[in-house]
Design a protein around this ligand. Sequence first.
Ligand code: KG4
Ligand code: ZN
Length: 345
Amino acid sequence: MEAAKNEKDVYILAIESSCDETAAAVVKNGREVLSNAISSQIALHTLYGGVVPEIASRKHIEKINQVIEEALQTAGMTLQEMDAIGVTYGPGLVGALLVGVAEAKAIAYAAGLPLVGVHHIEGHVSANYIEDRTWEPPFLCLIVSGGHTHLVLVKEYGSYEIIGRTHDDAAGESFDKVARAIGLGYPGGPKIDKLAKEGNKHAIAFPRAHIEGAPYDFSFSGVKSAVLNYVNSCEMKQEEINRADVAASFQEAVVDVLVSRTVAAAKEYGMKRVAMAGGVAANSALRAAMKEACEKAGLSLMYPSPIYCTDNAAMIGAAAYYEYKKGVRHGLDLNAVPNLMIGQR
Ligand code: KG4
Ligand code: ZN
C-alpha cells in the first residue's frame, strides 16, 4: 500500500541533460532518492572517440520523455504530486542543456509547478547529501569531472568559494585524452582505472605540476603531454608499451596531486571535513588514496557511490531542494548557460 504524502515533504522531479546522459529522478527532501533513471549515450559516442554535441542533443530529445516517465513510475508518483521541477541549466553543451531546460519549462508550465534551475557542478557536490543524509556544510569539496577541476569551500547549502582550479585540462579530460593515446577509447576514466590495477604505478615517473603562487591550483596538460611523449618515443624506438604501467603511473601522478592539494587546503582553511564530487571521484585509486591521507590527517571524508559521481539527475534533485527551500524560482524565460559559473544565479 502506498503511504499517504506528508504535506511537509518536498518532492522534486529533476532533469539532467548537460552532456551525454539523459537523466531524470524523483528526490524527497533533497536526500532520499525515490528513482534515478539514466539513459547513457556512451556507447554511441564511443564510435567517435568522444562526445559529439549534435548527436548528444538529438539523443536527448529522443529519450527525455521516456526517462521522465520511468522516473515517475519507479517512484510510484505522478507529476501532480511533485512540488517543483529541478533542471540543470549550465554549464555544459548548449544544445544538450536546452533539451532539458525546454522540457522542464514545458512540464512546469503544464503542471503549474515552480521551476528551479540548477548548476551542474553544484549538483555534483550535492550528491554527497544523498550518500549520507547527515552530511552538511561546511566542508571542503574536491570537484573532479570531465569539464571541471575545482577545490571549493562549501560554506553552507548553495554557498561556494573556489580556492583552487585547473589552469588547463580538467582531471577527467586528462584521463580521456591519455586513454585515447594508449588506445583504450572513450570514456577513458573507467578504462584507465581498470587497467591500472594490473600495472605498476611506480614504473614511469610522470610529472606533477605546481603552480607558482597558487598552491591549490592544478595543471594536467603537462602530465598528459608527458604520457604522449613517452608513447611516441617508445613507438619510435619500436619498444613495446606496457599500457597497464602507463595507465597506473599516469593515474598515480594525477591522484598524488589531487590528494596532496586537497589535504593541504583542508589544513590551511581549517576544514575538518572533506568531500569529493564528479566522475573522477569514482576512481578507485583516488578514493583509496584520499581515504588513507584523510585518515592520517584526522579529516573525515565523504564521497558518493560511483553511480552518483558520474552524471545523474538525483544529484540535481538534491541541489534543487536547497535552492527551493531558499525560495529560488526561475521563470519560463530560463535559458541554458553553457559557461555558468559556480555560485552564479
Ligand atoms: O562528472 P562526469 O560524469 O561528467 C561531467 O560533468 O564532466 O565526469 C565524466 C568524467 C570523464 O572524463 C570520465 O572519464 C571520468 O569522469 N571518469 C573517471 C572514472 N569514471 C568516470 N575517471 C577516472 N576513473 C573513473 N573510474
Ligand atoms: Zn557532470
